[in-house]
Design a protein around this ligand. Structure first.
Ligand code: HEM
Length: 75
């Protein structure tokens, strides 16, 4: 699987590039197609980083990732 570094991930925050990526449990998801992540911001959470620890603040489970493609693993 493609290896994605933290600096590559950091650029995909919806601002520096239009692409929006999120890392969760070591996998990087492309959520660019999501209306809820447009501009990289989602209820005070920011894309372009590892949000594993922040999922506990969400009113939903990791099921929300199911419809998105894993594009690589965070190294
Ligand atoms: C206060 C924190 C948060 C709130 C209020 C929130 C709220 C929501 C709501 C209302 C939805 C759509 C309904 C649903 O699927 O349940 C959603 C979807 C989603 N959330 Fe969150 N969320 C929060 C934090 C997070 C965090 C920390 C992550 C990542 C670890 C995350 C990732 C997602 C994803 C990937 C979706 C699916 C988007 C889509 O289907 O287009 N959320 N969130």
């Amino acid at each position: 699987m493609t290896e994605i570094t933290r600096s590559q991930l950091a650029l995909r925050n919806g601002r520096d590039k239009e692409t929006v990526w999120i890392a969760y449990k070591g996998e990087v998801y492309d959520v660019t197609a999501s209306r809820l992540w447009r501009t990289g911001n989602h209820y005070e959470h920011w894309a372009g980083q590892d949000l594993t620890d922040e999922l506990k603040d969400a009113p939903h489970t990791a099921e929300v990732f199911r419809k998105f493609k894993v594009i690589g693993k965070l190294v």
